[in-house]
Write a new protein. Structure first.
Length: 137
């Protein structure tokens, strides 16, 4: 630990550049992933804006518990099944996965096709942590 402190003290410029690089990388990653909404914001969007919930988890995880009225199109099939979403193009789409980390690429794909897609922060893990209602099949 002493060596690390000594290194930082002796090379503060390098450490500063590294910190700026990490911050820029994190900013770029969050920008590419698109906007995210909390479970509370998602609930408001569903109730007030008739947002569509698109769950991109596999069928097994979806059946174990999902948001009410959610559509299930596993991420692996999303590109080939985008046509199923065309009727929802005018409505916001809330993307849901296990932890909220894997929806970034799906959101980018949907936004490039003209959809208004946002990510559910924390995914189903956060939804369940807040003891919000789920439907089980």
């Amino acid at each position: 630990m002493d060596r690390l402190i000594e290194f930082v003290g002796n090379h503060w410029e390098l450490v500063g550049i590294w910190g700026a690089f990490v911050a820029a990388l994190m900013w770029d990653n969050s920008r590419r992933s698109g906007a995210s909404v909390s479970p509370a914001q998602a609930t408001l969007m569903i109730n007030k804006e008739e947002a569509v919930v698109l769950d991109i988890r596999d069928k097994k995880d979806f059946s174990a518990g999902h948001l009410a009225n959610a559509l299930n199109i596993p991420y692996a099939n999303l590109a080939s099944r985008l046509g199923e979403l065309d009727k929802h193009k005018e409505r916001p789409i809330i993307l849901v996965c296990k932890t909220g980390q894997t929806v970034g690429i799906a959101g980018k794909m949907l936004r490039e096709k003209g959809f208004n897609a946002v990510r559910l922060t924390g995914g189903m893990m956060e939804w369940n942590n807040q003891n919000l209602p789920v439907v089980r099949n």
